[in-house]
Design a protein around this ligand. Structure first.
Ligand code: HEM
Length: 367
């Protein structure tokens, strides 16, 4: 009879617990601080592994030619797991911080030039989500992805790193799938391909912008009356500049003309979902959009938390990977993939001001 399954066989604990030997493949003489450093990094890489798997499932579900309504809770489920992991990843930096600056110096030199900069799973995560190459911070002209490809030696892990980089670049990004899904979202009951769809989108956006102008005037008046304004003209200009930027965003004047109609519809759809989120048909999509922002927020918080931990541990030293260290890391905190979803926040109106919903029945809303 076959042996009964055991906990240790199931988890491959013999192999797992034999992976902390570092470059010497020998833990016996290793400082406990180095063991700590390796264990913390390995647990992060395991969380990255699961994160990638969940994001790919969510991406595939959203990227289908037709996304059934009942698929959205599945996407939400996977995104929620990712946000939960990211929260833990932020907190886990606390464990890393039990390594003192001098404790790190005891073994730091042997790592050079290896660095978290070579975490191919972190790059995979960025590429899978849809970060643009042009947005990446390069230090000394080094492109982070090319760096991995160039520094990957012919070892099992090196081959894995190289293979993963080339594979992920062939994949569709989460952002592209999300955009496709948003593009098809019915706005005031109208979908792309319907005879008057462009008109429906335009009339929603026009009505929305009229309401925005009313809301802006009301805020301006209230501020002007209640605040001791020294530079009233300057403040009015700030309101007007924001109005011009909002118009540019909603009409997609910031993108090339050939892409304008599509981008405009994508942004209108995100705005529509946020504005009428209590409609039965839109409440799950709204949750989905919120979680996408939460995923990105989690990554940004991870970057900031890592940078503070690094500042506390190595001050302003050059990183083992040769970057400006903390300065470089702080610059990466500015990356944003889901720019439209962040930007929508600037133009949202209170419920009392959103334009009248048309075709309410279409969204499962009964008066
Ligand atoms: C004592 C602990 C640590 C120190 C001093 C440290 C330091 C640094 C520095 C200076 C960089 C910039 C690249 C370079 O020049 O090396 C970097 C990058 C990075 N580190 Fe750490 N790190 C530590 C722990 C961790 C941990 C626990 C993780 C978890 C995964 C991590 C993940 C990363 C990643 C992903 C990057 C690339 C960031 C990017 O390019 O966007 N690091 N680290």
């Amino acid at each position: 009879m076959k042996d009964a399954p055991t906990y240790w066989d199931y988890l491959g604990l013999d192999r797992l617990l034999d992976l902390q030997g570092g470059l010497e493949h020998d833990e016996s003489g290793m400082l406990v601080d180095e063991l700590h450093f390796i264990v913390v990094h390995q647990t992060y890489e395991l969380w990255f592994k699961l994160t990638l798997r969940c994001l790919r499932i969510a991406r595939d579900a959203l990227g289908a030619p037709r996304v059934a309504e009942e698929t959205i809770p599945t996407v939400v489920h996977h995104l929620r797991r990712v946000t939960s992991i990211l929260r833990l990843a932020v907190h886990q930096m606390e464990v890393m911080e039990t390594l003192t600056p001098q404790g790190f110096l005891d073994f730091r030199d042997k790592l050079v030039p290896a660095s978290g900069f070579q975490s191919f799973q972190m790059r995979e995560l960025e590429i899978l989500l849809g970060i643009e190459d042009a947005e990446r911070v390069r230090y000394g002209g080094v492109d982070p992805v090319q760096h991995i490809e160039a520094s990957a030696h012919d070892t099992p892990a090196g081959r894995l790193a190289k293979g993963r980089m080339s594979e992920v670049r062939q994949e569709r990004t989460f952002l592209a799938c999300l955009d496709d899904w948003l593009y098809r979202t019915p706005i005031q009951g109208s979908s792309p391909g319907d005879p008057d769809d462009e008109e429906a989108v335009s009339s929603f956006l026009t009505a929305y912008q009229e309401r925005m102008a009313e809301a802006r005037d009301a805020s301006w008046k209230r501020l002007h009356q209640t605040l001791e304004v020294k530079d009233a003209e300057g403040m009015r200009r700030r309101f007007d500049d924001l109005a011009a930027q909002s118009r540019q965003f909603l009409e997609a004047h910031d993108v090339p003309e050939a892409e304008r109609a599509r981008r405009r519809r994508i942004r209108a759809a995100a705005l529509f979902i946020e504005s009428y989120r209590e409609l039965p048909l839109l409440s799950w999509p709204r949750l989905l959009l919120d979680l996408v922002v939460e995923v990105e927020e989690g990554i940004v918080l991870f970057r900031h938390r890592h940078a503070r931990m690094v500042e506390r541990t190595i001050g302003r030293r050059v990183g083992t990977g040769g970057s400006g260290g903390v300065d470089y890391l702080d610059q990466t905190g500015k990356y944003r993939v889901f720019r439209d979803l962040w930007a929508i926040r600037t133009v949202l109106l209170p419920r009392s001001r959103v334009p009248e919903l048309e075709n309410a029945d279409f969204y499962g809303f009964e008066h």
